[in-house]
Structure formats: C-alpha cells, structure tokens
Ligand binder design. Structure first.
Ligand code: SF4
Ligand code: SF4
Length: 281
C-alpha cells in the first residue's frame, strides 16, 4: 500500500509562507465534514514555518523549514484514550474526528510536537490533515507542495520500504526521532538546523596593505585527530560545517606550520562559532 509523505528541503525554503497561507485559505471558514471543521480566523498555525539562525555577524546564516502534523506511524496522540477519535488511514494520514473530538482539550497535550491546535470557538482539537479531502477527490498532491515556489516541499506517495530506502540514500531525516513516533515528514539538509559550524577569517599584509588571505589551508582537529581541511575563499573566510554540538574539544590551526593571530584556537562549541579575523604572522 502506498502512503503519503512530505519531503522538505531546508536549503530551498525561503520563508515566503505560501504554505502557511494556503492552509489558512483552504481551511479558514471552510467545513469539510468527516475531515476537518473550519480553522479559527486567528491564531491557528496548522502549517507554520520555523526559523533557525547560526553564528554571529559577519558569519551568520538563517534557515527556514515548515512544520506540521507529521502523520506519525507510531503516533503518541493515538492511544487508548483517543481510540475511535484519532485514526490513521491506510494511506498514512492521521485524522482527528471533528465530531467525536468535540470538547476533548486533553488531546492537545498528546502531541509531543505541538501540532494539535485547540479551536476555542468550536471546542475542537485540530491538526493539518494533509489535504486528505482534496487527495480523495483525485488531487495529485496537497496544496502546500503545489504552491511552494522553490520546490522545497515535495509530496510523495510510495510504499514504506521505498520511502525508507530513499531516506537512507538521500540522508533525509525526521524531527525528534528519539521519540520513536515515526513521522512521515522528512527533511533534507537538516544539518543547517541542528548542526553547528566553526569559522573565521584570515588577512595578510601585502605591499603595506591589509588584504583578505585567499587560499590558506586551515585544519580542524577533534580530540587530537585531524578531522578536516579547508582553504580560505576569496574573502579570506574558512568554515567547517556539519559539526555536532558539544562533541568534544576542537582545535583550528593552519597547515604547513603557519600561524595567525588567535590561531591555533581550542574550543568546545555548543553553538556555531565565528573565531574572528586572524592576521597571518
Ligand atoms: S512555500 Fe515553500 S519556500 Fe515558502 S515558506 Fe513554505 S516551504 Fe518555504
Ligand atoms: S505529529 Fe502529533 S498530532 Fe500528528 S500524528 Fe504525530 S503525534 Fe499525532
């Protein structure tokens, strides 16, 4: 049986919020019996865009990625207390029954991802329903992927084995896998969110003028072993990315027994670090 998944590419998301708005457009004031009651006019963010910043100026980056109900296969929201109220369809989509769930505010706290939203006016817990009502009418994809201008959201309907193979092959990851919930929203390039970098800049004096030091080899060492080597770019910048936070003592040093002001530098980073401008000696 083929099931629905989303694949989100963090590098492609530009925070335009079309996905957020289209869910508002689809569900604001619109009742889809058997699927979802109308979304409240204000406050509800069933499909929202998160932001992550790393580093400090001048070496800083910001990433965005949409989040919503993950339509988990081992969903914590599906338990003895919600039997018959929250159901998973054969195509993987998790629905909260808009009639049986009335008054069940307790359900909101059952999602560890925070993706069950309380509709105060209707006294209903609600989630993003993967546009199941449209897919059942023959739509080939939900509106969130259809309106994404950068192709950051891809809706995929495949067998679980094929999805698992693709996730392994492309390095796709899900949010908070330690929960064991088996989410069906996958992320590409998620290193930009939960990994850190160490970077810096180098300058040198040429003809009495301070210039960017391009093409200088910089090494990153971890716990006494060389982990990576990179070369400064045209601006004299170097950057080691994709590092685990709190993973040990790193040392940044120059190759070929060269030195710069502030280098070698030892640090135990919990977040992305910019080592500043080092002047070659
Ligand atoms: S529509 Fe696409 S690019 Fe825009 S915020 Fe959503 S995921 Fe990002
Ligand atoms: S994300 Fe939350 S609401 Fe959605 S299926 Fe998983 S546990 Fe349930």
């Amino acid at each position: 049986m083929k099931k629905w998944n989303l694949v989100v590419d963090v590098e492609r998301c530009n925070n335009c919020n079309n996905c957020f708005l289209v869910v508002k457009d689809e569900h604001g004031g619109n009742d889809f019996p058997g699927y979802a009651a109308p979304q409240p006019a204000k406050g509800a963010r069933w499909f929202r865009v998160e932001r992550q910043e790393r580093g400090v100026a001048p070496m800083i980056d910001a990433s965005h990625y949409p989040v919503a109900c993950n339509h988990c296969d081992d969903a914590p929201c599906m338990n003895a207390e919600t039997a018959g109220v929250i159901t998973k369809r054969a195509d993987g989509i998790v629905l909260i029954d808009p009639v049986r769930a009335k008054g069940r505010k307790d359900i909101v706290g059952m999602c560890p991802y925070g993706h069950i939203h309380w509709n105060d006016e209707l006294q209903l817990p609600q989630n993003w329903i993967f546009e199941a009502h449209l897919l059942d009418q023959g739509w080939k994809e939900p509106r969130v992927s259809q309106v994404c201008p950068t192709g950051a959201i891809e809706a995929v309907k495949v067998e679980d084995a094929a999805m698992a193979e693709r996730a392994a092959r492309e390095g796709l990851r899900t949010l908070r896998p330690e929960l064991g919930a088996k989410p069906r929203i996958y992320y590409r390039n998620f290193d930009r969110v939960d990994k850190i970098f160490i970077g810096g800049s180098l300058a040198e004096i040429r003809d009495g003028v301070e210039e960017c030091a391009e093409g200088v080899q910089v090494e990153l060492w971890l716990n006494g072993e060389r982990l990576a080597t990179t070369t400064t770019d045209t601006f004299g910048d170097y950057k080691f990315d994709g590092l685990e936070p709190d993973s040990g003592e790193y040392e940044v040093r120059l190759a070929a027994e060269r030195f710069a002001e502030g280098l070698p530098a030892k640090l135990r980073p919990a977040k992305s670090e910019y080592l500043g401008l080092g002047r070659l000696g």
